[in-house]
Design a protein around this ligand. Structure first.
Ligand code: TXA
Ligand code: MG
Length: 321
């Protein structure tokens, strides 16, 4: 099993040797390695069991650092960076040669972000290379939001997990790129559509593609918990799918008429930030409960609610793309 600790020096030494370290961010934990070293990057794909066509996000400590790895930063990108970095925003920008093709799966653009977590920012400031880091879960499964989640799934394959506590945002970063100078959101995440539009005006959202995903985070069946997961009106679903033991995931309220000892509420005060923070944590809890299926409902489709609903829909999807 991996050691869980808060020793930045140990993390640094391992990374400098080309090894992988799990790192905390405000969104989810990442499985990090030297983004400039193709051998290390190959290890990330191997440990995650991730197909090599699915590119990795590169993490940097500042906008200044980002300049070393991207060919240019459009005006709108810079406006977003100034408002949201460090934070849950990934930009797709034309990459410089120094970023290995393996990182971007051969694409011309690299996903780049500055995470908002004190331990990881301190680590990034002490190393001389950026960190390629996908979410630290096996490909297709729910992203980890605590050090223990990483230990549970990848602990046998890495030696160190930098423990930064529970992730404060709880869902992955929002991914934004530009096509013919028009901003496009490829993945809804920790910065809401409304927040992005308040800075740069109208953006297109293309986060639901199923056939030819621009970002495999767009794959319809992703974030899959191990229990069968159904999304809709919880009471209607219970009538349609009679079983002995339901797991229930509701947004704010109790659900009457269904007996369940396994009812989790995303946010009893109806706070979407709290709901986002709890989402992946609760999806994992169901895996350990003695239940037959999980019934869940969507949350209000505004702000972070859009990203939460996106994850819920994909958790509920059986489609293999
Ligand atoms: O919040 C996050 O973004 C977390 C933390 C660790 O930073 N990372 C994360 O990485 O969610 P990952 O690999 O699980 O998801 C990254 C998504 C993938 O769907 C990938 O396809 C897309 O970003 N992506 C990365 N680079 C890309 C590129 N150059 N072009 C298109 N999509 C890209
Ligand atoms: Mg992921």
């Amino acid at each position: 099993m991996a050691t869980i600790g808060q020793d930045i020096q140990q993390a640094k030494q391992l990374l400098e040797k080309g090894e992988l370290v799990a790192i905390p961010t405000e969104t989810v934990y990442g499985l990090a390695g030297n983004a400039l070293d193709p051998t290390t990057v190959a290890k990330i794909f191997l440990v995650k069991n991730r197909p090599s066509f699915d590119p990795l996000i590169v993490h940097v400590s500042s906008l200044k650092a980002a300049h070393s790895f991207v060919a240019g930063i459009p005006k709108q990108a810079e406006q977003l960076v100034r408002r949201f970095w460090p934070g849950p925003l990934t930009l797709l920008l034309a990459k410089k040669e120094i970023i290995p093709d393996l990182v971007t799966a051969g694409l011309d653009r690299v996903g780049i972000r500055c995470p908002d977590h004190p331990l990881t920012l301190a680590l990034l400031q002490q190393i001389t290379f950026p960190l390629a880091a996908p979410s630290a879960n096996p490909f297709g499964y729910v992203s980890p939001t605590s050090a223990q989640h990483v230990q549970d799934q990848l602990g046998g394959k890495i030696s160190y997990i930098l423990d930064g506590g529970r992730c404060q945002i709880g869902i992955e970063s929002t991914i934004v790129g530009w096509e013919d100078q028009q901003a496009v959101i490829y993945r809804l995440g920790g910065v809401s559509l409304e927040q992005i539009e308040s800075v740069i005006g109208k953006v297109n959202v293309r986060a639901h593609s199923t056939s030819q995903p621009q970002a495999p985070g767009q794959l319809k069946s992703h974030y899959a918990p191990r229990k069968k997961f159904l999304l809709g009106d919880i009471q209607e679903l219970a009538k349609k799918y009679p079983v002995d033991r339901y797991g229930i995931l509701s947004f704010q309220n109790n659900v009457t008429g269904i007996s369940s000892d396994f009812h989790l509420i995303l946010s009893s005060s109806g706070d979407l930030n709290e709901a986002a923070r709890n989402l992946f944590f609760m999806l994992r809890q169901f895996d350990y409960m003695n239940i037959d299926i999980v019934l869940a409902e969507e949350v209000p489709n505004v702000g972070l609610g859009r990203a939460i609903n996106d994850r819920l829909r994909r958790a509920a999807s059986d489609d293999q793309v």
